[in-house]
Design a protein around this ligand. Structure first.
Ligand code: PLP
Length: 398
């Protein structure tokens, strides 16, 4: 019999009742250290007092307002995002995929407004993940996510990950832009070299097409910079964001330059809930915290410490860990076993992590993590690896 909740997730049989900082607690008080952070969402940890205060204050005023009126919270948050980035304008959404939908529409409309309606194609990288709507599964190109859902939406051309030569060769008269993650998350923490990103930026400029950087997962300090593209010293034309933006409250946004947004005039896009006052209040408080220079400094410092600790761990467990990769607090452990086995062994140690493509286990701790908590995680990793080694040794004998 089908479950009351549509069974599209292989859920772990774990229920959490509350959270505090980087920890989640079950009803019986068992504590888990969360290095998944709701998949890169809870950057400020659980129950952050400033986010709770912002939510409660707004809840006592007004929950929902239609976008046919001015919404002061939107204007405030848009200003914060503009001041912190390359952008001139922002469209608010409820999720990452919706932010991507806005980005895709905007890129097409940009060329339409410029007299080139034929420029509709976006070039993407293999291994990409941009969401689960029809347009974003077409953009991601993962056959597993496309299967059974009818014809894939046209307008996406995929080239091998990181292959700048192939990407340049794919640019043609129908190209509207390039849509990539600066560092692939779901794809397995695959880092695009800064030089490649700079070359892609230059190729887009040369061809008169747009660069869309999906920073839904990489955004808000996870890589030690507010946005990952800052590491390469370039800026995109359009940038969908979400996840950490609301610190756990569902909200996304599509940021753009004035030029890229030239086609998005009155009536071209909309959302009933996008820019909801509750979401705006919480996101505004979250962004205020995450744009503090000391916040990013802390992420960089913890990132260096974590990578040193993991390098040692990898040396100690060569039969389990193939390599460690990533930037700052967006880390992937490429395993020599099936990655879900390590995720499960870590869960038994009360450390929560997330699987990813390419046989990788993702470590995405809340960005407020401290060194003692990093040590706690590494000890749990050490114990889980040892348990798997013991299990595998027993298996060899049998
Ligand atoms: N883009 C990237 C890079 C993501 O990692 C995700 C989600 O994991 C999305 C888009 C989709 O975001 P959402 O699940 O909020 O629709």
């Amino acid at each position: 019999m089908i479950t009351p909740v549509l069974p599209t997730y292989a859920r772990a049989n774990l229920e959490f009742e509350r959270g505090e900082g980087p920890y989640l607690y079950t009803a019986d008080g068992t504590r888990y250290l969360d290095f998944g952070a709701g998949i890169a969402v809870n950057a400020l940890g659980y129950s952050h007092p400033k986010l709770i205060e912002a939510l409660v204050e707004q809840a006592n005023k007004v929950w929902h307002l239609s976008n046919i009126y001015r919404i002061p919270g939107q204007e405030k948050l848009a200003r914060q995002l503009i001041d912190a980035t390359f952008a001139d304008t922002v469209f608010f959404t409820n999720s990452g995929a919706e932010a991507l939908e806005c980005a895709i529409k905007m890129a097409r409309k940009y060329h339409y407004a410029g007299g080139h309606p034929e420029r509709t194609d976006l070039i993407t990288f293999e291994g990409a993940f941009h969401g689960r709507t029809l347009a974003t599964i077409a953009a991601g190109g993962n056959p597993k996510y496309l299967e059974g859902f009818g014809p894939a939406m046209p307008g996406f051309v995929q080239v091998p990950f990181g292959d700048v030569k192939a990407l340049k060769a794919a640019i043609g008269p129908h190209t509207a832009g390039v849509l990539i993650e600066p560092l692939q998350g779901e794809g397995g923490i695959r880092v695009l070299p800064n030089e490649a990103l700079r070359e892609i930026r230059a190729a887009c400029d040369e061809a008169g097409i747009l660069l869309i950087l999906d920073e839904v997962q990489t955004g808000f300090g996870r890589t030690g910079k507010l946005f990952a593209h800052e590491l390469a010293g370039i800026t995109p034309d359009i940038m969908p964001i979400a996840k950490a933006l609301g610190g756990g409250f569902p909200v996304g946004a599509c940021l753009a330059t004035e030029e890229a947004a030239r086609g998005m005039i009155v009536g071209t896009h909309g959302s009933t809930y996008g820019g909801n006052p509750l979401a705006m209040a919480v996101a505004s408080a979250a962004v205020e915290e995450m744009t503090k220079p000391e916040f990013l400094e802390h992420v960089r410092e913890m990132g260096v410490k974590l990578s040193q600790k993991l390098a040692m761990l990898a040396d100690q467990h060569p039969t389990i860990i193939e390599s460690i990769r990533g930037v700052a607090l967006m880390v992937g452990i490429k395993t020599r076993i099936v990655n879900t086995e390590l995720v499960e062994a870590l869960r038994a140690e009360h450390l929560l992590t997330v699987g990813a493509g390419d046989n990788v286990v993702r470590l995405l701790p809340p960005l407020i993590i401290d060194e003692a908590q990093l040590d706690e995680a590494v000890e749990k990793l050490d114990r889980a690896c040892s348990a798997l080694e013991a299990k595998n040794a027993k298996g060899d004998v049998a």
